[in-house]
Design a protein around this ligand. Structure first.
Ligand code: SAJ
Length: 414
């Protein structure tokens, strides 16, 4: 079996390497020549647990090579980025250019699989007509399916093999063809469905999380007005066997939860009410946090703020769509305070890696990301501060009586 994977990013590369480890002949294609050269020399351009070993293995076994041109194969997996456009609809330009590269290469009997996250009906309305314009009938000559991925950064290699997977073909024959490929690799269930159902299921998984986080964030704001302990409310309500309120925070980041719900909103704006409102609530959290920061700084007559954590979630180095980054920039540009950013996972010249240095002479430690290193900040490290005040938007710091500690449970006390 031969497989061509188009797009060697966070999803395409591990997919290509895992299939190569299962004895499939894989060509990984990327438009970026330096990525292709690096990979062929055994070097990764992105970090992911367990991926380096996989790359070395698959180069040694000659089951994987990277290339800038699409090569003839039995299966083609497309895993290119699908960002959102200014009007929040799904940008399919990379997807279309990947499909264009199949013209003159695909042949009767081949299968094309879109893994990129896409708006509902894209496989049918965008990809199918393109393939049919190359002279093939989909479902008869060439097979087409949407098989979204659901892996969590940091656990990609494990989850790609063990998660259940949705396989949505344009026709039943397309679904069967895609199953034949994934059963080589996936140990989880292969869930057969239609392409449009697969597209919407993927979007709804992340939308479900986004909407539930918005509910928690809304509770925080209401509790602030009513002087209620929001975090205790969540803890107690979640003792109910059928309730799972998510965790509030400074906003929702990353390239999935903060992006995917918009694809649904843009597809049916009139009906996507809760989804659209949830996005707005989560997007409003940075200003809510800044408002509270200003109140704290006023009450202590503070001058310096130390932002702890810039990434969109804890213990990773990804700052895409990070609300922490927005809060930092807004405070830096618009407030009267000195603002310093600390994050030991982010290597940029304006980011301090050392916590103690960043806290030196500071009046407020503003925790925006749940990195492990913030859980037990020692008394010695905090003693570098001028005013020992912590505002912990992720509720992770174990503080003692020597510190004035605020989180979403007691912000009404400011
Ligand atoms: N967050 C909260 N409160 C919570 C949970 C998360 O504020 O209770 C915030 C995080 O701090 C972060 C954002 O939400 O800013 C997203 O984090 P996440 O861990 O929920 O998700 P991602 O974006 O890293 O990965 C998600 C996963 N989807 C689901 O869990 C439904 C992953 O399985 C998907 O593969 C991925 O999106 C994707 O690529 O679509």
């Amino acid at each position: 079996m031969k497989l061509t994977v188009i797009g060697l990013g966070y999803i395409g590369l591990p997919t290509a390497l895992l299939f190569a480890s299962k004895n499939v002949d894989v060509v990984g294609v990327d438009v970026n020549e330096s990525v292709v050269n690096k990979l062929n020399n055994g070097q990764l351009h992105i970090e992911e647990n367990g991926m380096e070993e996989l790359l070395v293995q698959s180069l040694d076994s000659k089951k994987f090579k990277a290339s800038t041109t699409v090569e003839e194969a039995d299966y083609y997996i497309i895993a290119v980025p699908t960002p959102h456009l200014e009007d929040n609809s799904c940008d399919v330009s990379y997807l279309k250019s990947a499909v264009e590269k199949l013209q003159g290469v695909i042949k009767k009997g081949d299968t094309v699989i879109v893994e990129s996250t896409i708006a509902p009906r894209t496989t049918e309305d965008v990809v199918q007509p393109m393939i049919e314009s190359y002279g093939f009938e989909v479902g008869k000559d060439v097979y087409l399916a949407h098989c979204p991925e659901r892996v969590l950064p940091g656990k990609i290699i494990h989850e790609m093999v063990h998660n259940n997977r949705i396989i949505g073909g344009i026709t039943d024959a397309c679904t069967k063809k895609a199953i034949d490929l994934y059963k080589v690799l996936v140990q989880g269930k292969l869930l057969e469905t239609k392409a449009s159902t697969a597209e919407m299921s993927k979007l709804m998984e992340n939308t479900y999380r986004d909407v539930n986080i918005a509910l928690a964030n809304e509770l925080v704001k209401i509790s602030d007005t009513l002087k209620v302990d929001a975090l205790d409310v969540i803890k107690l309500a979640n003792e109910h066997p059928r309730v799972n309120i998510h965790l509030p925070g400074p906003g929702v980041g990353g390239h999935c939860l903060a992006v995917d719900p918009y694809f649904i909103v843009a597809s049916d704006e009139k009906n996507a009410q809760i989804i659209s409102k949830s996005r707005a609530i989560n997007n409003s959290m940075p200003s809510f946090v800044i408002e509270k920061v200003n109140e704290i700084m006023k009450s202590i007559k503070g001058k310096k703020i130390t932002v702890l954590g810039l990434t969109y979630k804890g213990n990773i180095d990804d700052i895409r769509e990070s609300p922490a980054l927005d809060i930092y920039h807004e405070l830096k540009l618009k407030s009267e305070f000195e603002v310093v950013a600390q994050d030991s996972h982010v290597h940029l010249d304006w980011v301090e890696n050392d916590i103690e240095k960043a806290l030196n002479d500071s009046d407020l430690a503003l925790v925006l990301t749940d990195h492990n290193e913030y859980k037990n900040i020692s008394v010695e490290v905090l003693s570098a501060m001028k005013n020992k005040v912590i505002f912990d938007t992720k509720n992770i710091v174990n503080s003692d009586d020597s510190v004035t500690y605020y989180n979403f449970n007691n912000i009404y006390e400011i």
